[in-house]
Design a protein around this ligand. Structure first.
Ligand code: CUA
Length: 332
């Protein structure tokens, strides 16, 4: 670790933005702290009681002073609010061309998966200068994905997906922490993010012993679990055909419409009865306890891969899911 640092290094596009806002907040707070304490001491001495029978006299002033000390703080807090909100919204919206990574939090480790199938534990390799979007699930309790050098921290919540994104600006090795107390070995739930030159990253991606892309593995699982017996691609199955579904609106039996996103597919696997597609019977059994969060992510990727491709013709079948994975940004 070496020398003491007041701030972590700035290694993402978000880092300087967050720091500048923090400097502004610190400057405003310091200024007013000094002003108020200075005034307290000054008035305490200047207007101290000088004799036993001295009485205070009531001062009458106009509204000017009150207006000034209301309007200036109001203006300052509005600056803080809009500045903070704009950074917040920016940090919530991953760009469409972001590299997709999946993370699963588990007592007490981080499992990270690349679209190409590389899996890492407590390590993540990414290229410099490219936006990276991380979709996260938890296998057990709440964890929190915290990379101080990127100024990103996002809770990982059981039962749902959360996302975070960042664009690393410097190559190097950065701390990854779990920032939510999650049990005995919470403090050991740490790892490293390796930010690499794009060429090195390509080499790294090619070098790993990947066992097929996420979508490929999802396809295998889809067949292993016999999902394809009912979700048939020729529309003759007892369950909806999933080709072209991802990212599209789905009509439900109640008359409502939902968007087929990651969360919807996850729910349909674990709680098939929650939302029934219009025109189908609630015949699907739950897969709760039968598939891990990793496997659900693979299934989600498979469904995505047979989803519509932007500006391409209708998808014929799910035979080439791997290719679509990186080149097709997820529709949100
Ligand atoms: Cu996971 Cu703390």
């Amino acid at each position: 670790m070496g020398k003491f640092q007041l701030f972590p290094v700035q290694a993402s596009t978000l880092a300087p933005e967050v720091d500048h806002l923090l400097y502004f907040l610190l400057a405003v707070s310091t200024f007013f702290t000094l002003l108020i304490f200075g005034a307290i001491f000054y008035f305490a001495i200047r207007y101290r009681r000088r004799s036993e029978n001295e009485l205070p006299h009531v001062a009458h002033t106009g509204y000017t002073l009150e207006i000034v000390w209301s309007v200036i703080p109001f203006g300052l807090t509005m600056v803080m609010f809009t500045w903070g909100a704009s950074i917040f919204f920016n940090s919530r919206r991953p760009p469409n061309d972001a590299i997709q990574i999946y993370a699963v939090g588990k007592q007490w480790m981080w499992k990270l998966e690349h679209m190409e199938g590389q899996r890492e534990i407590n390590e993540l390799h990414i290229p410099v200068g490219r936006p990276v979007r991380i979709t996260m699930a938890s296998e057990d309790v709440i964890h929190s994905f915290f990379v101080p050098a990127f100024r990103t921290k996002q809770d990982v919540v059981p039962g749902t997906y959360t996302t975070t994104w960042f664009t690393p600006t410097k190559t190097g090795k950065y701390h990854l922490f779990c920032a939510e107390y999650c049990g005995t070995r919470h403090s050991g739930m740490i790892g490293w993010i390796y930010v690499m030159e794009p060429a090195d990253y390509e080499t790294w991606l090619g070098g790993g012993a990947a066992s097929g892309s996420l979508a490929d593995n999802g396809k295998k699982l889809f067949e292993q679990l016999a999902c394809n017996n009912c979700h048939r691609e020729d529309n003759t199955g007892r369950c909806p055909n999933l080709v072209g579904v991802f990212g599209q609106p789905v009509k439900l039996s109640g008359g409502n419409t939902v968007k087929a996103d990651e969360a919807y597919i996850r729910e349909s696997i674990l709680q098939p009865q929650a939302k029934i597609v219009a025109g189908y019977e609630p015949v699907m059994p739950t897969f709760q306890g039968l598939v891990t969060e990793d496997q659900i992510l693979q299934l989600v990727e498979y469904v995505k891969s047979i989803g519509p491709k932007p500006a391409a013709g209708p998808v014929s079948s799910g035979t080439t899911p791997a290719a679509g994975a990186l080149s097709t940004p997820a529709k949100r």
